[in-house]
Design a protein around this ligand. Sequence first.
Ligand code: VG1
Ligand code: CO
Length: 547
Amino acid sequence: MSIQSIQTISTQPFSGQKPGTSGLRKSVPTFQQPHYLQNFVQSIFDSLEDYQGQTLVVGGDGRYFNRDATQIILKMAAANGFGRVKVGQHGILSTPATSCVIRKYNALGGIILSASHNPGGSNGDFGIKYNTGNGGPAPEKVTEAMFARSKTITEYKILAAADVDLDTLGELTLGDMVVEVIDSVADYQELMESLFDFDRIRTLLTDGGFRMCMDSLHAVTGPYAYAIFEQRLGAPAGTVQNGVPLEDFGGGHPDPNLVYAHDLVDVLFGENAPDFGAASDGDGDRNMILGHHFFVNPSDSLAILAANAKLVPGYKDGLAGIARSMPTSAAADRVAARLGIACFETPTGWKFFGNLLDAGKATLCGEESFGTGSNHIREKDGLWAVLFWLNILAVRQQSVEAIVQEHWQIYGRNFYSRHDYEGVDSDRAQALVDHVHAQMPTLKGKTFGAYEVDYADDFGYTDPIDGSISKNQGIRIGFTDGSRLVLRLSGTGTQGATLRLYLESYEPNIAKHTLDPQVALGGLIEIAEELAQIKSFTGMDKPTVIT
Ligand code: VG1
Ligand code: CO
């Protein structure tokens, strides 16, 4: 089309455009309704200040509707007066790469098209999230402003123009705006090279003694993993599996856990298994770490990275502090205590780490949900965690299992497990939460077998930097021996409700460290059932996913 004119389109609000733990996530058909995406994008823009002439970064995890949505956003950004959009080639940018690019080029912010670990395809999920100029997820006050705007919106602006070529690197114009199609991997890879000892990792991966397997689950990290592990670090071809991003992730859940990353689990727990395995999620911000016939719990992984950080060039001067989400185990707290540094406990969701990172109070952050990251960007970062582990392995020359066991010997073991009940009827899930709430005032001092309740509360958080308050972030029931139960409902699902039960106990006795966590936590699992009546409320006799 030769004439590019700005159109103002009348619209009506859609209900329910409320961002959850990480952006707005809905089914693809919901997003494909006329004006649905446009309304939300305009609500984002209307909540920003001074964006005229500024730079926006746009990318996504490659799931179904990624390309269409990218074209719409580019035309809307042009019509709304942005000066430049940096967009990943083919519309692809992982969440950590987006954070990296926003920071490196001082962009105003970025839009990431992803529903992360949720399944994709034409009947799967789609999602959109906004990251601010620090590269991190928009804080609650920003997402609340977007939601408020979505409820009153009457029109949006879009440029009438032909689609942009997203496949060729370089600059082109869209109205008065420049569109720059950027290499999805280059900036991110450069940042990784600045943090890790690539020479040493290359030696580890090429001297013949060590084998690894990286499973990208047909999601966004495929191109990054090929470029970094196989091309740059010399790992043999085939090291990366499921490395081609597919719009439906090959029909799977791009969720790196023991259930959904079963291809990788089969390899690492099979015959002739390699020494190290890792998987990442839809948008590349999560990681699962496996050793030879060995699973590393994400809470332990955070603690081990912290304890070994000085072995890694980017962290050789030590850590300012560690931050973890509330349901994450206290393994990291023990490392922080020994290092004499602060440990912060935040609500679930990476957005709560942003202020601590910006203020220089925390260097490493982590969540039990396979999320680890640092102050190098403002998102959790899957491949960063894999490289961090490889760097440690290259220096220590021990197996993954030996490193974890040695860690437990020094610090004791925080037995930990998360039980997910997915696809629960929303009303019944809420009834379960209400049922537990009703008991909370009388729980303190009550005994369940050998366990005595020390406290029962609903976690609330006051941000130490800006004083903002977040309430009702999960029910905690702590026992006098230091063990605890946490219950909360997921804020990322799109169908019904997902109940998450988190279980933790501490075991200093080395002789007991090899117990199966489900056995070690057996008493707590029974108490959770007694208190929350999970089987009868959910109608399920076991969790859908156990981590
Ligand atoms: C889940 C995880 C949380 C994580 C969030 C986004 O949220 O529990 O720790 O930050 O997903 O991760 P919820 O509300 O479903 O428990 V991602 O990789 O999906 O952006
Ligand atoms: Co993710």
